[in-house]
Design a protein around this ligand. Sequence first.
Ligand code: 2HG
Ligand code: ZN
Length: 459
Amino acid sequence: MPALDKLKALIAPAKLLTDDSSLAAYGKDWSGQFTPAPLAVALPKTIEQVQAIVRWAIEQGVALVPSGGRTGLSGAAVAANGELVVAFDAMNQIIDFNPYERRVVCQPGVVTAQLQQFAQDNALYYPVDFASSGSSQIGGNISTNAGGIKVIRYGLTRQWVSGLKVVSGTGELLDLNQGLIKNATGYDLRQLFIGAEGTLGFIVEASMQLSRAPQNLTALVLAVTDLDCIMPLLHSFQSKLDLTAFEFFSEQALEKILARGDVPAPFETRCPFYALLEFEALNEDISNQALSLFEQALENGWVADGVISQSTQQLANLWKLREYISETLSHFSPYKNDLSVTVSRVPDFLRDIDQLVQQNYPDFAVIWYGHIGDGNLHLNILKPDNLSKEAFFSKCHEVNKQVFETVQRYQGSISAEHGVGLVKRSGLNYSRSPAEINAMKAIKAVFDPHGIMNPGKIF
Ligand code: 2HG
Ligand code: ZN
């Protein structure tokens, strides 16, 4: 039995939780597929305490699971095998801000919305945004290289990290890149820890860059007549406007959102797909340009209807059509996939996968939505009422092999932005070659020679 008393003394006065409800809450993420069974939950307050935890874990042979907001969908933050969860809720301060550099130094437990608010209070902007920003933490965002709804303009989390302090699986503290913009001194080790899902070490401090605050953000929701019209539409708007988002959702997704009763319908017209575009209406010329592109799209038959936001309230309401989808579908026990291909191949790819599922299971409802401007599609298959969750998931697993084969044929990714964790581990070889996987394992062995950092995740 690992010496928990010793650990408790090592990290005191920081907390070590062992009660059942903490173990259940901290041992799982939003994937909801695994039974939590951690040994205990440590809540360090300092970097030195994180180092002490790692050294204790090496000595005791205990595996460690880093834990942020646990909003992930891939099981990367799941502790189901007697691991020690290391949660960063007590390291949740913004500890420095340099307005000249537009740089904020954050502890890992800073919540995304807290950083967004801090930026706003300082007339700046933290642009990585997604529906779970109210709970997700910066350390987790970095560990999963979180994407979201603004990637088309601002990129992924990776782009905003200018420095990282990490405690590796040896207990060593590495101070990587120190906020520099230019640094051509060999391998950029900071990048290895971004998206590593906690398999190399703990993120214990991050320097995050901020951006100019966008002005007069304006959304356009368009009813798209046919899947094949989406790419010409994207191309047309992108050639004239600097889009901050180009999202899409299917008619089935809209039906579910409207059935909630708390989101207004954008218009009466119904089409198979809808696109949500966003741009900064910096002046009248830009607004007129957007309107004329919309009129052209109507004339070309690409869209049948549309609405443009006239106020921040309307902007927020239009975004709800897209941002509420994941939460709304969670009540239907969906089988989820998060896939990507190169942008122009999205329509063919979507059609192929759609056919595949429908051929195998014509009574399964398939719901599509996602970040089409990034080539990232979220596929949610809903459980029919007459099937148990177990029977439904096992049928979905069967068809999933063909889904992944299709992804491979398109040279796409089996996980565009949700990570690999436990959920996608067995599918890694569909997107990564044996040589790549071996290289990843070799990198892990350098930073985590004892194999204690989130073992069993990714591979
Ligand atoms: C989104 O884009 C999230 O809404 C969640 O990435 C997607 O739940 C999902 O499938
Ligand atoms: Zn997404």
